[in-house]
Design a protein around this ligand. Structure first.
Ligand SMILES: C[S@@+](CC[C@H](N)C(=O)[O-])C[C@H]1O[C@@H](n2cnc3c(N)ncnc32)[C@H](O)[C@@H]1O
Length: 228
């Protein structure tokens, strides 16, 4: 965030999962989940790349996507920019964030939830993904933390483990791809994905923030070892 501008908390609310807050410093918007920095709008190309890298690997039309979670909406917007996408189901844990988006408090989400292809489910991905019908999803995008090494909720550790990933694999179509965003390379996540899918790719996306170099990473996997 620009340090010469005052930081103003735009909205703050608590629910049964913890607190979520939206702050602004000048034009930059920041999302804080349960006291943990989740993201801001300074560098958002990699959130969009989570969607575009996955879409590039899925052939055909009439694609159905599922995204967890909503955040500031860059991943969902990138999906909506692709005309081959027919439907986007967004799973977001924090109801207040969805309400702020609908009330126009999140500039980057303007119009996103009004798109007729979008439906929002306020739920935990740990519950929502296992409940998806088998073979129903072409693109499953997971960005609920800063990655497996930097969780916003301790319970989210299960998102990166083989039991949950196996439920994700069941939900995918034969052409389907799962993609996971991480602020750091995670060999453990790559191994967990490889236990479930035949093809696993690592896309390293270098970003410089405040003079420091980061290797944001998107993991992509497809071709389930146990097709639905
Ligand atoms: C880093 S942000 C997502 C950023 C998003 N990709 C974007 O483009 O703006 C993480 C989001 O996941 C949500 N979240 C965290 N844990 C979750 C869970 N277990 N299930 C669903 N959503 C979750 C957070 O509330 C937050 O909105």
């Amino acid at each position: 965030m620009p340090e010469d501008q005052p930081r103003v908390v735009v909205a703050r609310a608590a629910d049964e999962h913890g607190e979520v807050a939206l702050a602004r410093r000048g034009e930059v918007v920041e999302l804080v989940v349960d006291g943990v920095f989740a993201m801001d709008t300074v560098h958002t190309a990699t959130e969009a790349a989570l969607a575009t890298l996955a879409l590039a690997r899925v052939p055909g039309e009439g694609l159905r996507a599922v995204v967890g979670g909503l955040g500031l909406g860059f991943t969902v917007r990138a999906l909506l920019d692709e005309p081959r996408v027919d439907r986007v189901d967004v799973v977001e844990l924090h109801a207040p964030l969805v309400a702020w988006a609908r009330d126009g408090l999140v500039p980057s989400l303007a119009g996103v939830l009004d798109d007729r292809r979008v439906a929002v489910l306020v739920a935990d991905v740990l519950d929502a993904v296992p409940a998806l019908p088998p073979g129903s999803v072409d693109v499953l995008l997971l960005d609920v933390d800063n990655g497996p090494g930097f969780l916003v909720h301790p319970r989210n550790a299960a998102v990166y483990g083989p039991p949950f990933l196996a439920t994700a694999a069941r939900a995918l179509t034969a052409r389907g791809v799962v993609a996971v965003w991480s602020a750091d390379p995670s060999p453990g996540l790559a191994a967990a994905l490889a236990a479930t899918w035949r093809s696993v790719e690592t896309a390293t996306l270098p970003v410089e923030r405040d003079g420091r170099a980061f290797a944001y990473t998107v993991y992509l996997a497809g071709g389930s070892r146990s097709p639905a």
